[in-house]
Design a protein around this ligand. Structure first.
Ligand code: ADP
Ligand code: MG
Length: 247
């Protein structure tokens, strides 16, 4: 088997008047934390929406290979079925529903055709506990801040047997404590064998957690680099903006 869990080859995606992705190549190793970075509009979210099936097979050119097999996703459901779970910038939780209803929304635990609420509650608590949280899962989402809501999104991903977790700028709306907590969880998931793609524009974060960094610029893959002690923030910025920077 290949060392790569995911290979996206020559991905081209056009919107009317915009080539959002131009033959992008993006490969993610099994078990790593791979940071995807680039300025606003560089194509990061579009690439992840191609991966998740939000942009259906046929609406882009190129190939997606996951765990060695070619994939043709027609919906987000198709990618989730094989373990690719994407958490978008805009959280998808429903504020008026409880934590446990949100975690199992769309993949309810059933018993003789009926939703098994006891099991749903206990499984929700179990999965949150794995992340280090003891919450009353009968409370509504709207009673919690955005930091906890991100954790609940991750709990939802875990309840779906995630293999590849995609986080699109998860820390952009979080304070420092919540951001650190989220990064700690991503590192914890890595220990459990879960691969992550993390989109972020916070360079300190990236240098802290990334095994590998891919930089997009204007819909092109500029560079994929291993994160090691030789990488500096300045070098990354140089690739992001396409020129030397001065202080
Ligand atoms: P990033 O996530 O890196 O900020 P995006 O992938 O969101 O960038 O956007 C890449 C480019 O594609 C931008 O020029 C953006 O305006 C355009 N784009 C993204 N989604 C759409 C869409 N649904 N319709 C038209 N243009 C889009
Ligand atoms: Mg984006």
């Amino acid at each position: 088997m290949s060392e790569y869990i995911l290979e996206m080859k020559n991905i081209t995606k056009e919107f009317p008047g915009v080539k959002a992705l131009d033959k992008v190549n993006f490969k993610v190793k099994k078990g790593e934390i791979h940071c995807l970075i680039g300025e606003n509009g560089s194509g990061k979210s579009t690439l992840m929406k191609v991966l998740s099936g939000f942009h259906k097979y046929g609406s882009y050119d190129g190939e997606i290979i996951f765990e060695g097999e070619k994939q043709q996703f027609n919906s987000i459901y198709d990618s989730e079925k094989i373990g690719i779970i994407t958490i978008y910038q805009e959280l998808a939780l429903i504020p008026e529903l409880t934590i446990y209803e949100n975690i199992f929304l769309g993949h309810e635990i059933k018993n003789k055709g009926m939703i098994d609420w006891n099991k749903t509650t206990s499984e929700s608590e179990k999965v949150l506990k794995k992340l280090g949280y003891e919450l009353d899962t009968s409370k509504k989402i709207k009673d919690f801040g955005v930091g906890i809501q991100q954790i609940i999104e991750i709990a939802k991903a875990l309840s779906k047997n995630v293999k590849l977790l995609v986080l699109d700028e998860p820390t952009s709306s979080l304070n420092e404590t919540d951001s650190e907590n989220l990064l700690r969880i991503v590192k914890e998931l890595k220990k459990q064998g879960i691969t992550s793609i993390l989109i972020s524009h916070k360079l300190n974060e990236i240098l802290e957690v990334a095994d590998t960094i891919t930089i997009l610029r204007d819909g092109l893959t500029i560079k994929t680099i291993e994160n090691n002690e030789n990488i500096t923030e300045n070098e990354i910025i140089k690739h992001m903006v396409g020129r030397e920077i001065t202080d």
